[in-house]
Write a protein that binds this ligand. Structure first.
Ligand SMILES: [Zn+2]
Length: 842
């Protein structure tokens, strides 16, 4: 089923920007392109580490110009990146980036694969990467991709010979790809896997080099290119009305959460690949040299090739249905091939072509976008043949039901048949959530229990319908996933995947709840019904030394999709402590402990994700001074909400609102991450901010990158940003200035406060600064020199300017208590006279 979908995706190239989820229908020109591709028997696998690493120019060229079956193997799903379009981070970001890759492939014509490796964040060296990934599992998944996909050619995005020069994940992807090149052909390596999928020896392996890897264009000009092949990836495709590089840009622009929306490009451009395994082709533009990529490649293929070449050459753009007879004949011969790989793959391709030649429209749409186990819904089944060929719908069959429904309806030219069919969702069906998130994995690996799912881009759709038709009395079947089709007056027709959701789900409104004293707090629990008339009760699971009351509360929700909010009171222990709390929804015999997350963006299909529902509760031992904080938002972080949780009054200020008068109401200004990379207006506001500090305010600036800074002067004193970062979240921290107020007032900071940090210590630390700054901390990654720029404090006039690359934006949402205590000190510095001020008030 999923295989079929994948094949449809890659054939349905370039039906331009429809909504990502709308089933695409091929026009005559696209059918002709698909026939040409059908007549090419060669495969290319492109290998890198993250969504957006892939060179879409080359993938599009291989798929559309060379016409090879082309796939991108991304080792990870990109969980560790940042999100420029919404609040999703970590595994939810990985879900978005997975879908963005699929959307990119539907534009450039490639297919998509993954391994179980998790993008745990930045790593400097492959050695560090392989300490966190399970090398054996990732290698096994790379070999699996090779054994299943059987590439003639492998192209690595990165150089396996230069560890330490780029992200450790990048080099590792190339190293594992090189290691797998020969191992995939050894039956003793992962023998079970070899038994199921066979072994495979790729013919050649390349590294997708460019001048960038040589340091400069001049160096590249001079370099020895005897092992390099090259392609003009700017070639124009008249059948598409687009150049290859235009398609590549449209594909790359799907990576919206990474901010990759970009202009299209045209004109001749050369792309290079360097041979690293296999023999060097004489023709430096033919990476398939010596491989027969015609139908003669397979035993029994010649006749098929003869038939299909005729279809390609004599293609009738006015009436493609005249080719159906020949296509069906070729299809029959394909069924007789001994070679299972080509038999299966070419069957999928030719089926999609036959369907398109018939103008055949087959759809099963549900009356509702979601349903839960046991629910009965209505399917609207639509079938219409838009060709003069004699057809009949003999029967259709739901994937949940063994017996086919007999209909025997004639499918006359353009005479639509509509059938209503009721569907009861099986009791034992699982929610249609991303399969790699079903079980808790490790920092470096997803846990996938069902071996058949490993490598697949997404969870196979839960329920499909197979249409059994006859074409001129010959049987033919088409399988379609159930969809949900609806319209909005301001959007037009829309599609959503039909999904299975749990009958009840619940979440606590905050993921981290900070208690800055032993005062109790109320929490909201939101229960969502996955079916009508949901009754039961909710309890909160919590650690022993915490209390929650009442012990249980009833729920009574009338309609599916509706929510009910319950308030529980949480009492923290007296001393610093942390733990997890989980809502448990009891319905009859069943207990539901998961939450339903919905992800809705226009450029990818609607996603429902079912995750363990848990919130972290933290009893903090924290003191603070100052009260009113102005926050200037940068690329987006949850620091304002986090500071509110510990009792600060935080107002988010737009850059235009930064005036001396406005600032006078605040004790401190905090600048959000990368604000100086994003907000042009800040260059006009720096002096106002520095004056604020001079007059006694505190200013805390979080990390920015030196690339594309919008201001000349980040701070009142010299400060030079670098790319220094400490990626090991457990790297030892040395307190350089034990007596400095920022480490002592009002909270005494010790090494304990640097325990339990997550993902990294910090990034883009300054490496040069004026002697007005005091470096407070020192830390470094394994094998590197001390980095002292993570926290720099300068007294400026009556106030303090603080620059910090420490990753508070990651630690706060994870409820890391030491990060809160240190930040409270940064806000409180110099405010020790506040108590006096209070006295004056009396
Ligand atoms: Zn990358």
């Amino acid at each position: 089923m999923l295989k079929k979908l994948a094949s449809l995706l890659f054939i349905f190239v370039l039906a331009l920007p429809l909504q990502a989820q709308q089933p695409k229908k091929l026009n005559a020109s696209q059918i002709h392109d698909a026939v040409k591709k059908l007549n090419f028997l060669g495969t290319v696998l492109y290998v890198a580490a993250h969504p957006d690493d892939e060179n879409t120019r080359l993938i599009s060229y291989m798929s559309n110009q060379v016409k090879a079956r082309t796939a991108y193997l991304s080792l990870t799903r990109g969980d560790g990146g940042q999100n420029l379009i919404g609040p999703e981070i970590r595994e939810l970001l990985g879900v978005i980036r997975t879908q963005e890759l699929l959307a990119a492939r539907s534009v450039d014509g490639g297919e998509q694969r993954f391994t179980r490796a998790n993008d745990f964040g930045y790593s400097k060296h492959p050695e560090e990467t392989l300490n966190i990934w399970d090398k054996d599992q990732v290698l096994s998944d790379v070999i699996l991709a090779i054994r299943q996909f059987k590439p003639d050619i492998i192209i690595n995005r990165f150089d396996h010979r230069t560890p330490g020069t780029t992200h450790g994940h990048h080099t590792t992807s190339a190293m594992l790809s090189v290691e797998a090149f020969d191992l995939a052909n050894n039956p003793n390596i992962y023998p079970e896997q070899a038994k199921t999928h066979g072994t495979w020896q790729p013919k050649r392996q390349f590294f997708n080099t460019s001048w960038w890897f040589y340091g400069s264009e001049e160096n590249f000009e001079k370099a020895d290119k005897s092992k390099l092949l090259n392609f003009d990836i700017g070639v124009y495709y008249p059948s598409k009305g687009l150049s290859n590089n235009e398609i590549a840009a449209l594909s790359r622009s799907k990576h919206l959460c990474q901010g990759f929306g970009a202009l299209t490009q045209r004109g001749s451009q050369t792309e290079y690949i360097e041979l690293i395994n296999g023999d060097l082709p004489k023709d430096k533009t033919n990476l398939f040299e010596g491989i027969d990529t015609s139908w003669n490649r397979v035993k029994g293929g010649k006749t098929i090739g003869d038939i299909l070449k005729k279809v390609e050459t004599n293609f009738n753009f006015e009436n493609p249905s005249i080719h159906v007879k020949d296509l069906l004949l070729a299809r029959q011969l394909i069924q007789q091939l001994d070679n299972d790989y080509w038999k299966n793959y070419k069957t999928q391709e030719i089926d999609a072509i036959i369907e398109a030649c018939l103008g055949l429209y087959l759809e099963a749409s549900a009356s509702t976008p979601t349903a839960s186990a046991g629910e009965t819904i209505t399917l609207n089944i639509e079938a219409v043949n838009r060709s003069p060929i004699n057809m009949e719908l003999v029967s259709y069959q739901l994937s949940t039901d063994k017996t086919a429904t007999l209909k025997a309806l004639p499918l006359k030219n353009n005479d639509k048949q509509n059938v209503e069919q009721s569907l009861t969702i099986p009791k034992n069906i699982q929610p249609s959530s991303p399969y790699w998130l079903n079980k808790k994995g490790t920092l470096g690996m997803y846990k996938v229990e069902d071996k058949n799912l490993i490598g697949k881009p997404e969870t196979p759709r839960p329920i499909s319908v197979t249409f059994n038709v006859t074409i001129n009395n010959q049987p033919f079947s088409v399988t379609k996933p159930i969809v949900y089709r609806y319209s909005k007056p301001d959007k037009g027709e829309l599609y959503r995947p039909f999904e299975i959701i749990p009958e009840a789900s619940a979440k606590i409104s905050e993921k981290v709840i900070i208690f800055d004293s032993d005062q109790q707090k109320d929490i909201s629990v939101i229960v969502k019904a996955g079916r009508d008339n949901l009754n039961g009760f909710v309890q909160i699971a919590h650690p022993n030394n915490w209390s929650v009351f009442p012990e249980k509360q009833n729920i009574d929700i009338k309609y599916k999709g509706e929510t009910q909010t319950l308030t529980f009171t949480v009492i923290p222990p007296k001393n610093q402590n942390e733990g997890l709390i989980t809502p448990m929804v009891h319905v009859g015999e069943d207990v539901y402990t998961r939450e339903l997350v919905e992800i809705d963006y226009e450029h990818i299909p609607y996603q429902t994700v079912v995750l363990p529902s848990e919130s972290k509760v933290v009893r903090l031992d924290i003191k603070k001074r100052g009260e009113n904080i102005a926050y200037i938002e940068g690329a987006g972080d949850v620091v304002p909400e986090s500071l509110r949780q510990i009792g600060y009054n935080v107002i988010v200020l737009n850059p235009e609102d930064i005036t001396t008068e406005r600032l006078s109401a605040f004790d401190a200004v905090v600048v959000g991450i990368r604000a100086y990379n994003i907000l042009d207006e800040l260059k006009f506001k720096q002096q106002i901010l520095f004056d604020f500090v001079e007059n006694g305010g505190n200013m805390i600036v979080q990390y920015n990158t030196s690339h594309r800074l919008k201001v000349d002067q980040l701070s009142p004193y010299t400060l030079q940003l670098s790319r220094d970062r400490v990626t090991d979240e457990n790297a030892e921290v040395t307190l350089l200035e034990k007596d400095h107020p920022v480490l002592n007032y009002p909270n005494q900071i010790t090494k304990t406060d640097f325990e339990g940090w997550t993902q990294e210590r910090g990034l883009y630390f300054p490496n040069q600064w004026s002697n007005k700054f005091t470096p407070i901390l020192s830390m470094h990654d394994k094998g590197e020199t001390e980095k002292q720029g993570s926290l720099l404090v300068a007294k400026h006039g009556k106030g303090y300017y603080i620059y910090t690359g420490l990753s508070f934006f990651r630690e706060f949402p994870a409820g890391v208590s030491g990060a809160y205590r240190l930040f409270a000190n940064m806000l409180s510095i110099g405010k020790d006279n506040l108590d006096n001020k209070e006295q004056f008030k009396d």
